[in-house]
Design a protein around this ligand. Structure first.
Ligand SMILES: *Cc1c(COP(=O)(O)O)cnc(C)c1O
Length: 452
């Protein structure tokens, strides 16, 4: 049985729609959750799981996808309109596989601002350019959407310890949310993870295992450890609940689009494992099915040159035979063996999507550019903007006043990787404390009369 706690009383007093009925002494589940489907073989499972991978297809191929009764969701929104709800991603509770009691509203994740970068749009020759600043989440990345839902789910299953392997942000967000919940947390990171991310992990009190190997090896070790020790596995690639958290990014873009001129023509997302882009697409699609938006955007997936297996998979329908591991400054998308490529490729296909690859110079340029327009992005987050720039140059996205409206997901804050930020940002002006020296040092910068 999916629910193990007493049921009566939920739904009242907490402003949750009633999800469960008790009649004739029998429990009837009227939850919005209907079950899970295997994305490979299509097998359907009920709401009581399994909550990892399909037993027929195995842990590598048997990725599951959570399904809802959208009529029940509509009924929930009618009873308690979205407009009256807190401005966090918990506002979409009917579209999350969680029991009411396991969510804490004070974990303020989501409802991140969408910034209208009109000057930058003009520079790039776009009709509109919007930057959704995910760096404003509690641990400063998009991953908080997934980790908050993962920790709530782990609490619901009475897990004692939660673990994940991560290039950095999934780990820091998990460590933060586990700390909020008071749950022990074990993190596997490649030893190359940027220091600011490591610092977050250690301060949040996670047990940090720095694996002397790649992310892929850290991932394998984490999976084995979860199996052996019975820990809750927060890896998005195999845990379908996490993608539901990531989905809220797409739900929000859809809901917020009313305030920026309607659904954008393109949504740009950087791609590592592929769960973010798949989640964002799922959220957009659900909002389309629910009638909140009347059309869907196309997706622009952005990968780093040298580590672009999903670009290959979209074209060929399979992973490349040889692992490409050319490395990139964008550590968060440095994923040579993506676990969720099928979900990502399915999303891209449905969305008439395109994948572009950008090199480190383009990424550092985009970091500087987004910063110059008020958004501080880490390399993998700036990659989305670099991809937009490249797609405009290649004619994939149409420019000009009659051209496209684009939203880029800026998935993490520049504070996450100060070394790359300094590389992108340049040097300060070093001078003696003297006014004349100052005047001559800055005379060509246009800051004295504000003309710069
Ligand atoms: C994780 C991450 C991504 C990519 O998400 P995937 O699910 O791995 O595709 C992009 N940007 C940032 C900042 C991330 O942390």
């Amino acid at each position: 049985m999916y629910l193990e706690k007493p049921l009566i009383g939920w739904g009242v007093g907490r402003n949750w729609p009633v999800r469960y009925n008790v009649s004739f002494g029998i429990l009837w589940m009227t939850t919005t959750l209907t079950g899970l489907n295997c994305v490979t073989c299509g097998r359907r499972f009920g709401p009581d799981g399994p909550w990892m991978t399909c037993p027929d297809c195995g842990p590598d191929d048997g990725i599951l996808d959570v399904q809802y009764d959208l009529d029940a969701v509509r009924a929930g929104w009618k009873a308690a309109p979205l407009a009256d709800r807190p401005l966090t991603h918990w506002r979409y509770r009917e579209l999350l596989p969680l029991e009411p009691g396991s969510v804490r509203d004070d974990w303020r994740v989501g409802w991140t601002p969408v910034i209208d970068a009109s000057r930058l749009a003009k520079e790039l020759g776009l009709k509109q350019l919007l930057l959704k600043d995910e760096g404003r989440n509690p641990t400063a990345s998009f991953k908080d959407r997934a980790s908050s839902v993962g920790v709530a789910h782990a609490l619901q299953l009475n897990a004692k310890t939660i673990a994940c392997a991560s290039t950095g942000n999934a780990a820091t967000s998990l460590a933060g949310h586990a700390a909020l919940a008071g749950m022990p947390c074990v993190i596997f990171v490649p030893h190359t993870a940027p220091e600011p991310k490591l610092a977050q992990l250690l301060v949040f009190g996670a047990t940090v295992i720095a694996v002397q190997g790649s992310y892929d090896q850290a991932y394998q070790l984490c999976s084995q450890a979860c199996e052996k020790f019975g820990w809750y596995n927060r890896n998005c690639a195999i845990n379908p609940v996490l993608v539901e958290g990531k989905k809220t990014g797409g739900l929000e873009v859809a809901e917020q689009s009313a305030s920026f001129g309607g659904v954008p023509d393109w949504v740009a997302v950087s791609v590592g494992d592929g769960c973010t882009i798949a989640g964002v697409w799922k959220g957009l699609s659900e909002m389309h099915q629910l009638g909140v938006i009347d059309r869907l955007p196309r997706l622009l997936g952005v990968q780093a040159k040298g580590v672009a297996p999903i670009a290959y998979a979209l074209e060929h329908g399979s992973m490349p035979d040889e692992v490409q591991d050319g490395g990139t400054v964008a550590d968060s998308i440095n994923v040579a063996v993506p676990r969720n490529w099928r979900k990502a490729v399915n999303a891209l296909k449905e969305a008439h999507g395109v994948v572009v690859s950008v090199d480190d110079n383009q990424i550092l340029d985009a970091m500087r550019t987004s910063g110059r327009h008020g958004v501080y992005a880490e390399p993998a987050a700036a990659a989305a903007l670099a991809g937009v720039t490249s797609a405009v140059a290649n004619g994939i996205i149409s420019g000009g006043t009659g051209g496209d409206r684009v939203l880029a997901m800026v998935t993490g804050s520049g504070l996450k990787d100060t070394r790359a930020a300094i590389q992108a940002g340049g040097e300060p002006i070093k001078i003696e404390p003297d006014l004349d020296t100052l005047a001559s040092a800055i005379q060509d910068r246009g800051v004295i009369d504000g003309a710069g």
